[in-house]
Design a protein around this ligand. Structure first.
Ligand SMILES: [Zn+2]
Length: 93
């Protein structure tokens, strides 16, 4: 019977046993494009004030956490050995 402390494979749900070498810890750091924005001629022709107002308004609708989540997400998942081997060869199926 699995209790709350039982670690399960994120993919197949198999029970994992820390210390027995039957699992992988996968850390995922997802960052929004950190490159400085490319500014085109068209961007410069736009009404900057209106553009800033539009951005501020769209940020107002987000909580600080939601705004952060759009820029950076960090996930940690546990995979059993067979699921890890499948996943690492094809992480974006
Ligand atoms: Zn699995």
């Amino acid at each position: 019977m699995a209790d709350d402390a039982t670690l399960l494979c994120h993919s197949c749900g198999a029970e994992l046993h820390p210390g027995r070498g039957d699992l992988y810890v996968v850390r995922i750091d997802a960052l929004a494009d950190p490159t400085p924005p490319v500014i085109t001629e068209d961007d410069l022709k736009r009404d900057l004030r209106a553009e800033i107002d539009r951005l501020v308004e769209s940020l107002d609708r987000l909580s600080a956490q939601e705004a952060m989540d759009q820029v950076h997400r960090r996930l940690i998942i546990h995979l059993c050995v067979p699921c890890y081997r499948r996943w690492i060869e094809d992480p974006v199926p």
